[in-house]
Design a binder for this molecule. Structure first.
Ligand SMILES: [Mn+2]
Length: 440
C-alpha cells in the first residue's frame, strides 16, 4: 500500500505538495428535483462515483467529507452500496478518507463504517468530542485533520465553545466541522466565524451544512463551505462541485471543481426592443447563446435547468406570453440538455403613468394604483387587493399538503410579496387595456 502511494507521488509536478479534495452535503439517496433520466446521472450517487474517480485519477492524497454525506437515516440501504464501492476503490488506491457526521447522518454514518470495518476511512469525533489524526505522505509531508461529529439531529451549543484542542506544533491543521456559521442561534451547531479565526492552530476550517459554496475567509485561517457537489434543487443556482486544496510550504491554495451533472440557472432577458415576434426570438436566442457560452467556458453539465425572467419595458405582455410559449421546446445544442422550469414576466409598460392617472376610466384607476405602489404608499383599492392576495396565499399555504413545506414568513415580507404581485398585475392590465384602446 505504501509503495503504491509512493509510486503516485513520483508523478507530482510539485512533489512536496499535499493534494486534498474536500466536499460535503452529498445527500446520498437523493436526486436533483424536476429531472428524470434513465442513466441515473441526476442522482447524487453518480456524483459520488465521479468524485472517487477524480481523486484516484488525479492522485490526490486525501479525501475529506464534511457531513450529510447520507441524506437521512432511512437512506441507509440506498447509501451503503455506493459508499462501500467508493471507499473500497479509494482504499485500493491507497487514499484515506477523513470525515465527520452531520445532522442528517449522525446515526447512519457510524453504522456504515463500523459494519464495513473500513480501515482507511476515519470518522472523527464520533462521541461529540474533537479528535485529530496526523496523516503523513511518503515524501514526509504531514497534515493534521481535526474533526467533530454530530451525535444528535440537533446541536444547540457550538462545538467550538471552549472545547477546541490546542496544537503547539507547526503541522498544518485542517478542522472538519458540520454546522451553521451564518446564524448565532441555530439547531445545527451554530459556529461563530470570529471565534474560528481566534484558533491560531487551525489553518483551514472546512465546513458542512450549507449547500452553496462560500469562501468565508480567504486565509489565516481559510474558512470554507465547499457546498454540495451536486445541485439538488432550483434554489441551488450556482455551479456545484468538490474543492481541491493544495498545501505547499504551509500555504493553502484552493480551487472549485465544477462536477455537478445538473446546473440550475437564472436567465434575465430584456425584451424592451422586441417589437414583434421575430425580434423577440432574436433576443431570446442572443440571451441564451451568451449565457450558454459562459457556462461552457466553465464546464459541461449534463442538464441545464433555467428560470427565465423577462424584464424591460413593453406594452403588450399578453403578446409576450404568447410568443414565449414555445421557448420550452428550445434545444440549443447537443452538448447538454437544456430545459426551462419557469418563466416570469416583470415588465413595465411604456406609458406615461402620470398623464393616465387623470383619466376617468379603468386605465386611470390602474395608473393611480401603479404610481401609488411604486412610491411605496397605499390607498383603499390597493389595501383591498393586498388583503385579498394575502388571504388567498395563506389559504394555499395552510392546505394540508403544503404544511410540511410551509415557511413561516413575517407579515412585512408577505406585504412586500403581495404589493409586488399586485404591481405586476396592474402593469400587465394597463398595458393590455391601452393596447386594446389603440386598436379600436
Ligand atoms: Mn446539515
Amino acid at each position: 500500500m505504501i509503495e503504491q502511494k509512493y509510486k503516485h507521488s513520483q508523478n507530482y509536478s510539485t512533489p512536496m505538495a499535499i493534494k486534498i479534495v474536500v466536499t460535503g452535503d452529498l445527500h446520498l439517496g437523493k436526486r436533483s428535483s424536476l429531472l428524470t433520466d434513465g442513466n441515473n446521472t441526476t442522482s447524487t450517487k453518480y456524483t459520488w462515483g465521479n468524485i472517487v474517480q477524480y481523486v484516484i485519477d488525479q492522485q490526490i492524497d486525501l479525501l475529506l467529507l464534511t457531513g450529510d454525506i447520507v441524506d437521512r437515516d432511512n437512506r441507509f440501504y440506498e447509501a451503503i452500496g455506493p459508499l462501500q464501492t467508493g471507499f473500497d476503490k479509494l482504499s485500493q488506491a491507497g487514499i484515506p478518507v477523513y470525515l465527520v457526521a452531520g445532522n442528517h447522518d449522525h446515526d447512519v454514518l457510524p453504522q456504515i463504517i463500523t459494519i464495513n470495518n473500513l480501515s482507511d476511512v476515519h470518522l472523527l469525533g464520533r462521541d461529540g468530542k474533537w479528535e485529530s489524526q496526523i496523516h503523513s505522505t511518503p515524501n514526509g509531508e504531514s497534515v493534521r485533520i481535526a474533526g467533530w461529529s454530530f451525535t444528535n439531529k440537533y446541536i444547540y451549543e457550538s462545538a467550538i465553545n471552549n472545547t477546541f484542542p490546542q496544537f503547539e506544533d507547526s503541522i498544518p491543521t485542517l478542522a472538519l466541522l458540520h454546522g451553521d456559521a451564518y446564524q448565532a442561534i441555530s439547531k445545527y451547531n451554530p459556529v461563530n466565524i470570529e471565534k474560528m479565526k481566534q484558533y491560531r492552530a487551525v489553518d483551514a476550517w472546512l465546513l458542512g451544512h450549507i449547500h452553496k459554496a462560500d469562501v468565508i475567509c480567504e486565509k489565516t485561517p481559510l474558512i470554507l463551505y465547499p457546498g454540495s457537489p451536486h445541485a439538488l434543487n432550483p434554489k441551488e443556482k450556482e455551479i456545484h462541485g468538490p474543492w481541491l486544496l493544495t498545501i505547499e510550504n504551509k500555504e493553502i491554495t484552493y480551487k472549485h471543481l465544477p462536477l455537478s451533472p445538473v446546473c440550475y440557472q437564472y436567465l434575465n432577458i430584456d425584451v424592451s426592443t422586441a417589437i414583434n415576434e421575430i425580434e423577440f426570438r432574436k433576443q431570446v436566442i442572443a440571451a441564451f447563446d451568451m449565457h450558454l457560452l459562459q457556462i461552457k467556458e466553465q464546464y459541461n453539465p449534463h442538464f441545464l435547468v433555467y428560470d427565465i425572467e423577462f424584464t424591460g419595458t413593453h406594452n403588450n405582455v399578453y403578446e409576450l406570453r404568447k410568443w414565449s410559449d414555445e421557448i420550452k421546446n428550445y434545444n440549443p445544442d447537443d452538448w447538454c440538455h437544456v430545459s426551462i422550469r419557469s418563466m416570469e414576466y416583470n415588465i413595465r409598460p411604456e406609458l406615461d403613468i402620470n398623464q393616465l392617472m387623470n383619466e376617468p376610466s379603468y386605465i386611470g384607476v390602474l395608473a393611480t394604483a401603479i404610481k401609488t405602489l411604486e412610491t411605496g404608499s397605499s390607498n383603499g383599492f390597493i389595501d383591498k387587493l393586498v388583503a385579498d392576495w394575502k388571504s388567498r396565499y395563506e389559504h394555499l399555504t395552510t392546505m394540508p399538503v403544503y404544511i410540511p413545506l410551509k415557511a413561516q414568513k413575517p407579515d412585512k415580507e408577505l406585504d412586500k410579496m403581495a404589493r409586488e404581485y399586485v404591481l405586476n398585475e396592474c402593469r400587465e392590465l394597463i398595458a393590455e387595456l391601452n393596447h386594446q384602446r389603440n386598436e379600436n
